[in-house]
Design a protein around this ligand. Sequence first.
Ligand code: GLC
Length: 556
Amino acid sequence: MIEDLWYKNAVIYSLDLETFMDVNGDGVGDFEGLCRRLDYLNSLGVDTVWLAPFQPSPNKDNGYDISDYYGVDRRHGSSGDFVEFMHQAKKRGIKVIMDLVVNHTSDQHPWFQEARNGKGSRYYDWYVWSEEKPSNWDEGMVFPGVQKATWTYDKKAGAYFFHRFFEHQPDLNMDNPEVRAEVYKIMGFWLELGVAGFRVDAVPFILESTVPGKDQHKLKFEYLREMRRFLQWRQGDAVLLGEANVLPEETQPYFGEEGDGIHLMFNFYVNQHVFYTLATADTEPLVKALEATKGLFPTAQWAQFLRNHDELDLGRLTEEQRQKVFARFGPEKHMQLYDRGIRRRLSPMLGSRQQTELAYSLMFSLPGTPVIRYGDEIGMGDDLTLEERDAVRTPMQWSDDTQAGFSTAKKLVHPIISEGPYSYTHVNTEEQRRNPESLLNWMTSLIRLRKECPEIGWGDWQILQTDTPQVLAMHYHWKGNSLIVLHNFDVQPHEVVLNLKQKQEEKLIDLMANYKSAVDEKGRHYITMEAYGYRWFRTGDLSHLLHRGKKGNSKQ
Ligand code: GLC
């Protein structure tokens, strides 16, 4: 049954063990802490947790530099604590996805250390080497301004090794079948421990076959299909969620011709256009981006998101568009990063509660599976005094106790935000839980609403034409369900006229507010949109789909 595809309507919560909850008081978050917060996630409505890398690591790139794929970094607990966590998550019906970082290892990984013994050594061919200095040694860096090269000389090996990312992250040689077999072993290991799938780090770079001096790297999509086949044999309902910031016309081979590639892929393209539209109220480029990423294979799915643990990458916008987003959301140089992005959290960027709600309401209504990031549900801020992307990686703010209730340690892995409007004394879950008007409670209702609208995950959709270019109107259909969502990106209110064709669409049922649109004799709806307002409507008399309970029991 196609409805078995659980990921079509999951709500994914991304977190980093390191900054979530520290129980043993060493200043670093741990599995025990995460276990104690599972009820919080459960009542928020989250059904899938995506864990950032938690394996042993020198931690020079937030754990994306792994030195042992089969373990748990001691800072987060033991393998026993991991299994305990998996058990607790399962009991609550929460699925767990983990990062699969196999484009590169840490330079401290025993494989690389062994490979450095030079040609002929056991692991030499597990990495990508060049005896000559490649002409393009300083091209193709992912972190321009911070990363100086992509080929670095290793004295001991007497050769240059390739690293798409930092020089402490040597790329694995995927063309070596032994490496691919090891990757499947890693996947098999964690699947056996119960994970529901993997967020596959840096997919395009995993697939490239690097030749020194050549810029054109051919991508080997057969490796992705092989990975998928392995995954599905081992566990039928496990998924791959790919990180690939690619253009719409390049996406198809990632999903596979017949859905035999990755299941889910982050929609970076739409994400960047969402921020453009939030900055300018011009919905046209967003509509184009949505249309350009439409029409996936039925089992494939977009993962929609607003912010993640990295910079907000605006590299796919035109220069003019990017400058407009910078001007509105990251005007100062120190807010920008790698010549293409903004290193801020969502709430401080948008600046107002109304626009934050607009952004989340939009994201949850976009075709795909929503992914939220820890702390965004309470509107956490950033710390721009920290280096690079660490600005958005401060510890979760649980309460107004010392260290925001995150830890009892004096020194933390990253400092708590303790000044200004985003200080833990103002922004924390404890306070927001008590306050019915809080962002946390609003977000909980939004998640509930999203779960009641499976047509967003499954359905076909169209853009509805209105005469108001600042308002995006989308119409979903699925199995007799019909949903209309409207978002006004303008700071001014607007009246939107909707000309709905179907008889059963005469009635619009507001799913969020007690609001009724005016209808004229021709069946046109006149809908008031507040400044940065949003509305979700079911059409026709379909309220039975929402409220199965007795009459009078249907209060939202
Ligand atoms: C991905 C991660 C990023 C990391 C990089 C290298 O892009 O999202 O945080 O630095 O891969 O592993």
